[in-house]
Design a protein around this ligand. Structure first.
Ligand code: GRF
Length: 191
């Protein structure tokens, strides 16, 4: 993203558990981290991740994203905070093309598959059904086409014969927790 001066203001968008958010917060607290999490945007008042943000004194902005008007409120908020990068972390809404275009800064997402394989939902189920030997996680740029933007970083894990959706999800979540901050670093420091 070019030459960096100081930390980049980011917003993390969540919908639920927020374990990736937790690891991004941990990373942001390191002296050498390249990011400052200015706000967490959540589309659910009951998302566990909201509490993680609050405990860490990060403001939480709730919006249901139910129509363009609501989405534009988020955009206004984000712009007012000088957010230069949005990181989607378990965010279950699809951002409109208009939002992506008007925001005009990069948006990253973490997806639990080796993209371009298994875009969309129920990735682990499909990996197991197809008896794939490997799965993993990808951090990619968000474009108007779902899970299709440029891949920034990926990590593989081996799928064992005994794996089920739960064990696979756990294995992948574990690698995601470190992968996201690594991908952000790579993205922010690659010219
Ligand atoms: C992660 O597996 C991520 O790849 C996917 O949703 C899950 C979010 O988990 N997009 P958490 O809310 O960060 O715990």
């Amino acid at each position: 993203m070019g030459k960096l001066i100081g930390k980049t203001n980011i917003a993390v968008f969540i919908s639920g558990r927020g374990s990736n958010l937790r690891y991004l917060i941990n990373y942001s607290k390191k002296n050498k981290s390249l990011i400052k999490i200015k706000i967490v945007v959540s589309n659910s008042i009951i998302a566990k991740g909201n509490l993680i943000a609050k405990k860490n004194k990060i403001p939480v902005y709730i919006n249901n994203f139910k129509n363009k008007k609501e989405e534009m409120k988020v955009l206004k908020k984000i712009k007012s905070l000088n957010i230069k990068l949005i990181c989607l972390a378990g965010f279950m809404k699809i951002l409109s093309g208009a939002f992506i275009k008007k925001y005009n800064h990069p948006i990253l997402n973490i997806h639990p598959s080796l993209l371009p394989k298994y875009k969309g939902l129920r990735t682990h189920e499909r990996v197991l059904k197809n008896k794939d030997k490997f799965s993993g996680s990808s951090v990619h740029l968000v474009t108007k086409n779902l899970d299709s933007g440029k891949i920034i970083l990926q990590e593989k894990i081996k799928v064992s014969k005994s794996d089920n959706v739960n064990t696979l999800e756990k294995k992948i979540l574990k690698i995601e927790h470190l992968l996201y901050s690594k991908a952000i670093e790579k993205f922010l420091t690659t010219p």
